[in-house]
Design a protein around this ligand. Structure first.
Ligand SMILES: Nc1nc2c(ncn2[C@@H]2O[C@H](COP(=O)(O)OP(=O)(O)OP(=O)(O)O)[C@@H](O)[C@H]2O)c(=O)[nH]1
Ligand SMILES: [Mg+2]
Length: 497
């Protein structure tokens, strides 16, 4: 030992980690990603008991126990290097709502803990002492492994966690009451204490509501710590209802595991066969079947995730398209969305509509800015709702002016004018019907509209084809840059939306 991972190598890894760390500090060791746990010490004294402890951990080999790879004892980069499990801790998995866990899967997680823990208990390590959902990590194949056991002389309290703080008391929520009551708690804990911790983890797996979830009381970790430590009947434990478990027996087993009297708690060997029986549908005892069904579940999770992401994508796409439809005529937007170049179009006739609020300047001077904005907002929302029903495109709004245009293809296909005039309630609105050509550059269309000789205009005739407008000749009106144009007052229409 203590590994061929030099201080320099680790230093590089530690800085590299910052960019792509997912759950914990990681680095590369012999080409593979490894988990790095800092040792917050200024120096480490390597003695015989320490070397023996390292050897004990190094010799462990089990599918459900994280492999110890080495330690770096050169200050200032002292750390423990272990196998990296890419899905993070069990707590991370349980908190991740995107991962769906059926009961078979949840039983498999419990069984993995039991396999890892019974192996540890039968090894020279003997007990964990700090079993919790953050010390159960999950690898890429959803196999759970136990971590952060042994090597107690190298483990140091997290310098960021102050004694008496929320995080400090939270870390004791998995600790058995008899250990909480000890003045000098052994860092390796006890086997019965580990079984208590297992029960707390099982409750987390059942509810997925965090550690020590209680459905009807809201207590902080310090208060929970105090109540569990007191050991007053009825013993203080997290919520556990039979109806929330897949079967009553599971609730019974969990309660036995967190019994106040350590002697009443079963050992991991016994628990392994109890849970296997409860999960008889899921665990056929065949490793390959088991693994396959886990992978299947994982694939289902991915499918659900893909579906969710696709729905998100479609929603965003629709928003972008709606925005485009608001900014451009639909036909142009369609061509752009399909990646086609936009062809210029010629229309025999177009209608351009302007609305103007009479007395807007006077009205604004007597109103607050918010009232003005509210008025315009309400009015334009109404206009927008109306034009959506017709083949009409909003060019722009400038203050109180609202401008739209539409191409007239055939009189019966263009009831827009009726709709707008009727719905906007603009009384006596001057209707300007112009013939000309419109190009997809909208402003061009407006500016290039050819003024016609008022006597030949024929606008009234076009409107008369609808047989619904009541028009009154207003006479020629001087249009900026266009000369005198014959205009009409719209006095009413028979159309109702
Ligand atoms: N992906 C991955 N994440 C890990 C691994 N080990 C730890 N983590 C993550 O790092 C977090 C913090 O782990 P630790 O630094 O061990 O802290 P802790 O488990 O809360 O407390 P102690 O073990 O008591 O120090 C865990 O919740 C995991 O999200 C690992 O091997 N792989
Ligand atoms: Mg840990």
């Amino acid at each position: 030992m203590t590994s061929d991972c030099s201080g320099d190598t680790i230093a590089v890894h530690l800085s590299d980690v910052v960019q792509r760390q997912l759950f914990t500090k990681t680095g590369y060791y012999k080409g593979a990603i490894v988990a790095i746990k800092r040792i917050n010490r200024s120096s480490i004294n390597i003695n015989k008991p320490m070397l023996m402890a390292i050897k004990r951990v190094k010799d462990l080999q089990n599918d459900h126990v994280v492999r110890f790879l080495g330690a770096c004892i050169d200050p200032p980069n002292m750390c423990i290097v272990t196998e990296y499990c890419q899905k993070g801790s069990l707590q991370d998995v349980l908190e991740n709502e995107q991962i769906k866990l059926d009961w078979m899967f949840r039983y498999s997680l419990m069984q993995d803990i039991l396999r890892g823990m019974s192996y540890l208990h039968s090894s020279e390590i003997r007990s964990h002492g700090n079993l919790k959902s953050t010390n159960c990590v999950v690898d890429g194949r959803f196999v759970l492994k136990i971590t952060d056991f042994g090597l107690h002389a190298l483990r140091t309290p997290d310098p960021d966690v102050e004694e008496g703080s929320y995080a400090y008391y939270r870390s004791f929520l998995w600790t058995a009451p008899e250990l909480l009551r000890m003045q000098q708690r052994p860092p390796e804990g006890t086997q019965k204490g580990d079984v208590y911790s297992f029960a707390v983890i099982c409750q987390e797996i059942v509810y997925r509501m965090g550690v020590f979830f209680m459905s009807n009381i809201d207590l902080g970790p310090a208060e929970i710590h105090e109540k569990v430590k007191n050991g007053v009947k009825p013993y203080f434990r997290p919520t556990l209802e039979e109806s929330d478990c897949p079967c009553d027996e599971l609730a019974v087993v969990i309660r036995r595991c967190w019994a106040e009297d350590p002697m009443e708690r079963p050992d991991f060997q016994a628990l392994k066969s109890i849970i296997r029986k409860l999960n008889k549908d899921g665990d056929k005892g065949n490793i390959l079947d088991n693994l396959l069904s886990r992978m299947e579940q994982y694939a289902n999770n991915l499918e659900a995730l893909v579906e969710e992401r696709t729905a998100d994508y479609l929603e965003q796409k629709k928003k972008a398209e709606d925005l485009l439809y608001m900014m451009l005529p639909k036909s142009v937007a369609w061509q752009l969305i399909r990646g086609e170049s936009v062809a210029a179009e010629v229309f025999e006739s177009v209608t351009i509509y302007f609305s103007d609020i009479c007395g807007f300047t006077a009205l604004s001077s007597e109103s607050t800015p918010f009232q003005v904005v509210d008025l315009l907002n309400d009015l334009y929302t109404t206009f927008d709702t109306v034009i959506e029903k017709f083949d009409v495109y909003k060019v722009e709004t400038i203050g109180d002016a609202y401008m739209t245009k539409t191409a007239i293809k055939a009189p019966d296909r263009n009831p827009f004018r009726v709709g707008v005039c009727r719905c906007c309630g603009v009384k006596d609105a001057p209707v300007l019907s112009v013939r000309g050509h419109s190009q997809h550059g909208v402003q061009d269309g407006v500016q290039r509209t050819t003024p016609e000789d008022p006597r030949e205009s024929g606008h009234q005739e076009i409107l008369d084809t609808f047989g619904t407008f009541e028009l009154e000749l207003r006479g020629p009106v001087e249009m900026k840059g266009k000369g005198a144009i014959t205009t009409y007052w719209l006095r009413g229409s028979g159309w109702h939306l």
